[in-house]
Design a protein around this ligand. Sequence first.
Ligand code: GLU
Length: 336
Amino acid sequence: MFEVDMEGVPQRASTGSLPGRGRVAELLREAHARYAPLRDGVVADYIPVLERADPDRFGLSLIGVDGAAEEVGDAADAFTIQSISKAFVFALVCEEIGHHAVHERVGVNNTGLPFNSVMALELNLGSPMNPMVNAGAIATTAMMPAPSHSARWDAILHGLSRFAGRELAVDTEVYESEMRTNTRNRAIARLLEGYGRLDEDPGTIVEMYTRQCALLVTAHDLAVMGATLADGGVNPVTGERVVAEEVARDTLTVLASCGMYERSGEWLFEIGLPAKSGVSGGIVAISPGKGALGAFSPPLDPAGNSVRGQRACAFLSRALGLNLFASGVTSRESTA
Ligand code: GLU
């Protein structure tokens, strides 16, 4: 995948709490300075409007479970949430109908195939396998219980806004651009219907899924949304409980195995955190009980993960002691 040069940066164990705010701010600035010059990756263009994104944009935000924020760079720049919405809609649907129902219909195993794979559905006899690929996300959106489609959309919009702690809005231009080109997602929804995994009208659900993906957020918003999961379902900025503790736990579990597309295993190996990325260049990485990182930088690797965002998360996971699997600083690493 990639090496993270930790020369001169002490690595922390994952137990306990975040370092002091001053140290967090210093390490965020260091991560930004290290990776801002990177020129790898390509801005997504399969949704035509996205190709206009400025490849130099790079913002990082970290919000602790105490609600305190540290930010650097373009952390207030707005971009569309895209696939990251899948994590939070999954949480909202589990909150409403319980995780067993979602598990049964959608699954929780990685497909090992790209996020928009039709073959993955066929190979698995119509099971989307998990809620973080398009098939699973479309099926999950359709499972949000509501008396009408407009009530379903209101529940999704209101729920995602409670995660963010502010009223989110749709980028109409991105939404319309994707609606003109999302033939593949329409095909996936039809196929799900054919396999009996979609009870709602496929066209209406794809439209709603596309709208949820076009909600505008910032790296700061992603960090607040992630910190809500880190805080057992309570938004640490507004103090509002958005989902139950078990739902926050279940969502993080699915993110650990499926959040970073077909690179989820490598991501967990390098970074050790549940996370979700989206094709606009956003990443949210969550450290349960501590807080969450929101990152934004448009150039992507071939799997669709932000190049600078991944590097920054890898660096900060080590330097801040966020990796779930690191119970101590190894002597080899600490002297490297
Ligand atoms: N709206 C995008 C799609 O369905 C989201 C993909 C992503 O961010 O991975 O293709």
